[in-house]
Design a protein around this ligand. Structure first.
Ligand code: HEC
Ligand code: HEC
Ligand code: HEC
Length: 134
């Protein structure tokens, strides 16, 4: 291939690694987020980084419009696993999992107007976080 074609291929690969058209860079140089309490994630983390919004919206529609229970991408399950070990939350600072990345990527999410941004007590006890129930 030509030199320009080669450079374009490198650039495309770099953007693919960054995982998002929204200007996100790979975690190594991206925001420093709270580590998950356990694992694995419900999908490959690389897939999640790119597509979690689609999974969440799809499964919300299954629950709310079609009455399907036991969905794979439950928002409360995300919160249980990704909440800070220190305070049990996914919002609150630029280290908190959901807020940290959305602030970094300049994305606004209104889900937590209604949904709890705090891990449920059982999940919090399991993570042995000191005194941080909602
Ligand atoms: C059982 C625990 C668990 C559950 C439930 C879970 N995750 Fe994850 N998730 C992980 C782990 C572990 C990783 C790898 C990164 C880490 O260690 O924090 C990860 C990675 C991710 C990433 C990529 C983070 C990055 O820095 O690139 C996103 C985005 C994500 N999860 C969103 C979600 C969402 C949204 C849900 C709910 C639909 C969810 N996760 C449910 C454990 C979980
Ligand atoms: C590694 C970065 C990262 C993490 C961590 C992350 N998000 Fe996101 N999220 C994004 C980006 C980037 C977008 C915008 C994508 C786009 O517009 O194409 C987004 C968009 C969304 C949207 C769609 C917003 C809309 O109205 O269209 C939802 C819902 C969402 N995220 C939920 C969550 C939840 C819940 C968590 C925590 C469990 C989380 N995200 C963690 C990067 C992240
Ligand atoms: C106006 C309030 C409101 C807002 C805002 C809202 N939801 Fe919901 N959501 C609900 C209600 C009510 C249910 C039904 C709860 C049930 O039946 O268990 C629900 C159910 C869900 C479910 C399925 C149940 C579960 O275990 O997770 C998902 C997924 C979900 N919402 C995701 C989202 C996402 C993602 C956003 C943001 C883009 C969002 N919601 C914003 C009220 C809201």
């Amino acid at each position: 291939m030509t030199a320009a074609g080669f450079l374009r291929a490198i650039l495309a690969a770099t953007l693919l690694l960054a995982g998002s058209g929204a200007g996100l860079v790979a975690s190594a140089s991206g925001p420093a987020l709270d580590a998950a309490r356990s694992g694995p994630c419900v999908e490959d983390p690389k897939v999640m980084r790119r597509s979690h919004m689609d999974f969440l919206k799809h499964d919300r529609d299954d629950t709310v419009r079609r009455g399907i229970r036991g969905i794979k991408h439950s928002l409360s399950a995300c919160v249980d696993c990704h909440a800070s070990k220190a305070d049990g939350r996914v919002l609150g600072s630029e280290k908190h999992f959901c807020q940290g990345c959305h602030t970094y990527a300049a994305v606004k999410v209104d889900c937590f107007d209604c949904h709890a941004s705090t891990a449920r007590p059982a999940a919090t006890a399991a993570a042995a976080a000191p005194g941080s129930l909602r």
